[in-house]
Write a protein that binds this ligand. Structure first.
Ligand code: DGJ
Length: 738
């Protein structure tokens, strides 16, 4: 493994036996891209990969030379303004009105390990042997601006993590209007573009389309990564499936506005760019100013999408997520939101917790409505003190009572928001994001605090600190329930208004970081009206996220399946809720609700007191099951077997690291009469091991993977003698033990 620099040809080769990434300094000093893919052997020169052919009508860089046109070479971090007419990775508006730049190779360093990114979330390594980092410095001599492109190669992952930093050493104020985290020119466009799009309560549905000439993209301009699109895309070769074929996953470690764009030119090369969305972005780079882009991670697989996903799962679970909870199986929780909404008393909450404790639940989470005068969603946000009318002993006494039951206590906050009917807003009306003299739009009757301002973040930190240092709180659900509009900060000068949404996210990260540091024992779960900010940026601070407000088991199949392409099961918040389901009114079996939720950070979101004794018995069994297998479910290797986007059946599985235990979840949407014989081919088993299935018959791993596991369902979903008939929405988790 290593990062090689061949000085005679000015070539960089990053290779770890799994992947190779090749770059070369071009004749004009810019950085060219030669190859990203399966590892190839190193050599002094890869100059033959730099194809240059004379093409009519091309604009060429050097007078007297008709070969070298930037339009026709693959580049690493392209600029606009010379001979390339595709979209650039960086654009700088200068005082004279020019946007032309010319970044020329200056120097580079290769270091062990991976440096931290100041103020931004990023993957990391725990020892210097885990990674090497190449930093290439390029210079625009006229502006006296340095561009540092940083590439980390991990020893154990087919991954390149990269970012860019700009430093203004000149004397002029500059405006950075585009600064992408990655740009990758691919030699052809024979790919399918896969993205994960949706809306509130139907997040991350998988969408696939052929790449076509022209620009195709997904993005957010909402101030958060959004329910609508996720900062994760894939390019896969046609025919690629879970186990075979070539695919590259692109993931942006960022929670704000993003753009993931592929531009296919009319010669069918494909330029992928990803980073902060240039739409509305304008960062003033004063003399001595620096701008650091977020990190982007590219993962390569020539063994299908499953392999790529497991790369992201492992990297993000253990080298992006941090803290005391990183490697720990997650507590089984009960959340009161769908049980009570705003309608609760202290005794009611304790009665919910008590029933849950009897059944084995470990953590009680008090959701929205405990603070200020918050009895509906018009009031109270911003006033982070307990509502003593509903909770006469405050959070401290409630937390003590929960503690007395032998459970941990968790609390909901929505730190970034304020209602106009709140003491905070009355004291600081200028603290919300709004444009002077214009109407302020609301979302759920609430307004967005200007987290680009340190005094605002400080105020919220102090309010949260006070509660958290008084009460025994071991978990926080951090919610965020609206997109940002009328983007304008009272605290920023006119020529810095384009910085607001990035500064806002930096403020969010800062608050998370301070709380992580002050309360390292607290497990954070991020949330944004469900999965409106489910991204790698927040995984750095909160190792799990509330995946969606849609808690219906059948809807969740698609949501969790789509989410699993990039994000590990240990990050996927999933609860068993009541029926009829509150979002879609569907009635599903209690078993299926649990069978879906246990491929996530399992919990309940209903009042268990409302269940029958028979159902309570089932709940106790589910919790015992989860406690026995959560290590495998949350930290094992995850395999997708059948897609809910393709058929009536969904299947996925988790395999322990030693391959001795596997859990295969099988889910049927609608029942069918006298259907065909069916099998699912399992994955990830040891072919040599003989596995018992549900404690009964055994089969060898090779048979289960190549012939398949019989799932013919003419009788019953759960296949328990006491539950004879199978119906709609049935499911089963097969337990395989070597
Ligand atoms: C939206 C979240 O996604 C829900 O789980 C719940 O916490 C509500 N907000 C509370 O207002």
């Amino acid at each position: 493994m290593g990062i090689f620099y061949h000085s005679a040809t000015n070539t960089f080769h990053l290779t770890n036996g799994q992947i190779s990434y090749l770059m070369k300094v071009l004749p004009n000093g810019a950085l060219g891209q030669l190859y990203f893919g399966q590892a190839i052997r190193d050599r002094e020169s890869f100059d033959h990969l730099l194809e240059m052919k004379r093409r009519p009508m091309s604009s060429c860089v050097f007078e007297g030379d008709s070969l070298f046109s930037l339009e026709h070479v693959k580049q690493e971090y392209p600029v606009y303004g010379s001979t390339d007419f595709r979209h650039p990775a960086v654009e700088i508006l200068q005082p004279n009105g020019s946007r032309i730049t010319d970044f020329v190779y200056e120097s580079h360093t290769i270091t062990k390990g991976k440096p931290r990114l100041q103020g931004l979330p990023a993957t990391y390594c725990e020892s210097d042997d885990e990674a090497e980092t190449l930093t290439i410095c390029l210079q625009d001599k006229i502006l006296d601006v340095s561009l540092y492109l940083q590439y980390t190669l991990f020893a154990g992952y087919p991954v390149i993590a990269r970012n860019a930093r700009l430093e203004n050493h000149g004397k002029q104020d500059l405006h950075l209007t585009t600064a992408m985290s990655l740009s990758l020119d691919l030699p052809d466009s024979q790919y399918e573009f896969v993205h994960f799009s949706g809306a509130w309560s139907r997040e991350r549905h998988m969408k696939v389309r052929r790449l076509e000439q022209g620009i195709q993209s997904v993005e957010s301009v909402r101030g958060h990564s959004s329910h609508n699109h996720n900062p994760f895309i894939m390019l896969r070769r046609p025919g690629t499936d879970e186990v075979s074929g070539e695919v590259i996953g692109f993931s942006l470690v960022y929670s704000g506005n993003f753009l993931a764009q592929i531009e296919v030119d009319t010669w069918d090369t494909a330029r992928v760019t990803m980073g902060i969305n240039p739409f509305g972005f304008d960062w003033k780079l004063s003399p001595d100013g620096t701008f650091q882009t977020p990190e982007a991670v590219m993962a390569y697989s020539c063994q299908g999408m499953g392999n790529m996903s497991r790369t992201f799962h492992s990297l993000y679970r253990s080298r992006l997520a941090r803290g005391q909870w990183r490697d720990k199986p997650r507590p089984i929780l009960i959340n009161n939101w769908e049980a009570t909404y705003f309608n609760f008393t202290e005794d009611k909450l304790v009665s919910i917790a008590q029933a849950a404790k009897e059944d084995g639940v470990e953590l009680f989470v008090l959701d929205d409505g405990w603070f200020g005068r918050r009895t509906n969603d018009w009031t109270g946000l911003g006033d982070w003190e307990a509502n003593l009318e509903r909770l006469p002993g405050g959070i401290t006494r409630l937390a003590d009572r929960i503690d007395g039951l032998g459970m941990k206590f968790g609390l909901w906050f929505e730190p970034e928001m304020v209602n106009k009917d709140s003491d905070l807003y009355r004291a600081h009306p200028d603290w919300i994001i709004h444009a002077p003299g214009r109407r302020t739009s609301h979302g759920r009757n609430q307004f967005v605090l200007d987290f680009s301002r340190k005094e605002v973040v400080d105020w919220i930190y102090n309010a949260m600190f006070k509660i958290l240092s008084q009460a025994k709180v071991s978990y926080i659900k951090w919610d965020m329930n609206r997109s940002i509009t009328e983007n304008y900060s009272q605290a920023l000068p006119a020529d810095r208004q384009g910085e607001l949404l990035h500064r806002y996210i930096l403020g969010v990260y800062d608050l998370y970081d301070r709380l992580n540091t002050a309360f390292p024992h607290i497990l954070f779960e991020s949330c944004a009206s469900g999965g409106g900010r489910f991204d790698p940026g927040l995984l750095y601070y909160a190792p799990q996220g509330w995946t969606s407000d849609d808690s219906d088991a059948i809807e969740r199949l698609k949501i969790q399946y789509g989410t699993s392409f990039c994000y590990p099961v240990s990050s996927i918040g999933a609860h068993v809720s009541a029926v009829p389901n509150h979002q879609v009114n569907r009635i599903t079996p209690l078993s299926t609700r649990a069978n879906v939720a246990c491929f996530g950070t399992f919990g309940y979101e209903l009042d268990l007191n409302q269940l029958t004794e028979k159902e309570r018995e089932q709940v106790r069994e589910q919790i015992a099951f989860m406690k026995e297998y959560r290590q495998v479910l949350q930290f094992g290797d995850f395999y997708r077997l059948l897609s809910p986007f393709d058929s009536n059946f969904t299947a996925w599985m988790a395999v322990s690291q030693d391959k001795r235990t596997a859990l295969a979840g099988w889910y049927k949407t609608l029942n069918e009469v006298n259907g065909p014989y069916r099998r699912i081919k399992l994955q990830g088993l040891n072919p040599e091991y003989s596995y018992t299935i549900d404690g009964g018959d055994s089969r060898f791993g090779d048979e289960l993977m190549h012939v398949g596991l019989l799932t013919t369902d003419s009788a019953a979903g759960e296949r328990k003698p006491e539950e004879p008939a199978s119906g709609d929405f049935d499911s089963h988790i097969f337990v395989l033990k070597a």
